[in-house]
Design a protein around this ligand. Structure first.
Ligand code: HMG
Ligand code: MG
Length: 305
């Protein structure tokens, strides 16, 4: 059965901007987040507390988070700003900036894990266990990612059993939600279904989110396939921004505008205002000097001209 409501986790200000050659200043990132919150998004990833040498685009995430929290408090809106945290050092910095929700990020591929976070899967789970314990003791919510859930840029095929195993480990360390990431956007609907079904045997589906990149144009089809399985949390990025610098060839996340257009058409409530979303997309595309990759945004903008 299809869900009546879907929660969108907007990842454009993190997953999106981390992959851009143009590094945007804190003020621009804060304004993007403000516009996204104004459009009705209630979960907006604000940044990453990782090495600025490795991801210079996310430097200043503490300032971004602080300003976003302040802007929301002024507006009285209820918006969560999860931030990526790789280790205790990152957690410390995130907490200093006022984080109330963090995301730890593991992978179902050993090689990708090493390239991305400089340690293998087992060691990453140990690191994340310490992070999660400290975070939860401070009343922070912890989200978990499993990258390479439908394929790895280094190892190729990834079995659903391994995705389920890593998702289960993240759940065991207290993650309230596990986001299953097709980091390189290679998966097709049959694979997406098999993967989610397998993971759901280990982690109840109400704790799962889908995070599809759109490299091969499969993201909406994959979403449409996993919705009836009970997945009701979807990650997407404004204007289809996104990618991971350690996953060569991966393109953007599924565009938030495309997801909202599809959900609206299916009568599924997301709480997002398309007109305001288009405004946020125009804003960030102008700042990045690139066209909006959302097909729905392009069509709707052309219609209103
Ligand atoms: P490490 O183990 O220290 O190893 O860091 P390293 O050699 O990669 O570290 C480089 C430098 O980072 C060192 O400094 C550390 O001290 C420092 P140096 O000695 O060179 O001056 N460092 C830190 N700096 C700031 N904050 C910290 C921190 N920790 C160490 N918290 C680490 C491991 C994970 C931090 C590092 O490898 C790193 O920053 N990696 C980048 C990971 C990343 O952000 N990847 C992209 C996000 S994941 C993604 O996009 C996928 C996702 O969207 C889901 C999907 O699509 O599937 C989530
Ligand atoms: Mg991603």
């Amino acid at each position: 059965m299809l869900p009546q409501r879907v929660k969108i986790v907007e990842v454009g200000a993190r997953d999106g901007l981390q992959n851009e050659t143009r590094v945007l200043p804190v003020e621009t990132r804060v304004e993007l987040i403000r516009l996204l919150a104004e459009a009705g998004l209630t979960a907006i990833e604000a940044g990453s507390f990782v090495s600025a040498k490795r991801i210079p685009q996310m430097a200043g995430s503490g300032d971004v988070l602080q300003a976003a929290l302040a802007a929301t408090a002024d507006a009285g809106a209820a918006c969560a700003y999860p931030v990526l945290v790789p280790n205790l050092r990152g957690l410390e910095a995130a907490m200093q900036a006022g984080a109330t929700e963090i995301a730890v990020f593991a992978a179902a591929s050993e090689t990708f894990s090493r390239k991305n976070i400089n340690c293998g899967i087992a060691e990453s789970i140990e690191r994340f266990a310490a992070v999660a314990e400290r975070a939860r003791a401070a009343n922070l919510r912890v989200r978990g990612y499993v990258s390479c859930a439908l394929g790895c840029p280094y190892q190729g095929e990834v079995g659903p059993g391994e995705v389920a195993r890593v998702a289960g480990l993240l759940r065991d360390l207290g993650c309230h939600q596990i986001s299953l990431g097709d980091t390189i956007g290679v998966g097709t609907p049959g694979q997406a279904r098999a993967m989610v079904e397998r993971v759901a045997e280990r982690v109840p589906v109400e704790h799962l989110a889908a995070h599809f990149h759109d490299t091969y144009g499969q993201a909406l089809a994959n979403i449409h396939t996993v919705l009836p399985l009970g997945v009701s949390v979807l990650d997407s990025a404004i204007a289809g921004l996104g990618g991971c610098p350690f996953a060569a060839g991966a393109s953007g996340n599924v565009a938030t505008e495309d997801v909202v257009y599809m959900l609206d058409g299916m009568g599924i409530h997301s709480g997002v205002d398309m007109r305001k979303l288009l405004f946020a997309g125009d804003y960030i595309c102008a700042k990045l000097g690139r066209p909006n990759q959302s097909r729905a945004a392009a069509a709707l903008s052309a219609r209103s001209r």
